[in-house]
Design a binder for this molecule. Structure first.
Ligand code: GDP
Length: 139
């Protein structure tokens, strides 16, 4: 059993896509082990995306991520890191496969509706960034 961090980004929340994203997870057998709404400060967004701090889009990305509330979730299931990435689609919505969340709803490479951890180590770090053990149900 694996865990991953999912975020419905501010554009997804303001666009009314929380239900649609959660529906896709549930429909695909992914269990939600934790969820909460959070409005990140700029500093908290910078901490979360610290690995990208040298990238040219870091300032814009952290401004966007702190522009409004996000839904953060811990997802649980077999192979859930890869499964979530598959449901999300490629970072650039124009390259994302048909039927993925980003292909269906994103219209910008940065404002791309969802975030999902990309590996077990990043998942552990990202889950710990938002949740303590008491907030996560299950084993
Ligand atoms: P992800 O794992 O698919 O989310 O992609 P990355 O880890 O590479 O990038 C993190 C986030 O930064 C993406 O989800 C986008 O919101 C943003 N991002 C990535 N590439 C670009 C880019 O070329 N330009 C801008 N403005 N934002 C980007």
């Amino acid at each position: 059993m694996e865990r991953t961090l999912s975020i419905v980004k501010p554009d997804g929340v303001s666009g009314g896509l929380i239900g649609e994203v959660v529906r896709r997870f549930e429909k695909n057998g992914i269990k939600i082990a934790a969820m909460k709404m959070i409005h990140l400060s700029r500093t908290q967004a910078e901490g979360f995306y610290a690995v990208h701090k040298e990238r040219p889009f870091f300032a814009s990305l952290t401004e966007f991520m702190s522009s409004g509330p996000c839904l953060v979730m811990v997802l649980e299931g077999e192979n859930v890191i890869a499964k979530n990435r598959e449901l999300m689609g490629a970072t650039d919505y124009r390259k994302a496969a048909e039927g993925t969340i980003r292909r269906d709803f994103a219209s910008d490479i940065e404002k791309n509706i969802v975030h999902g951890s990309d590996a077990p180590e990043t998942a552990a770090y990202e889950i710990g960034y938002f949740f303590n053990q008491l907030e996560i149900v299950g084993k």
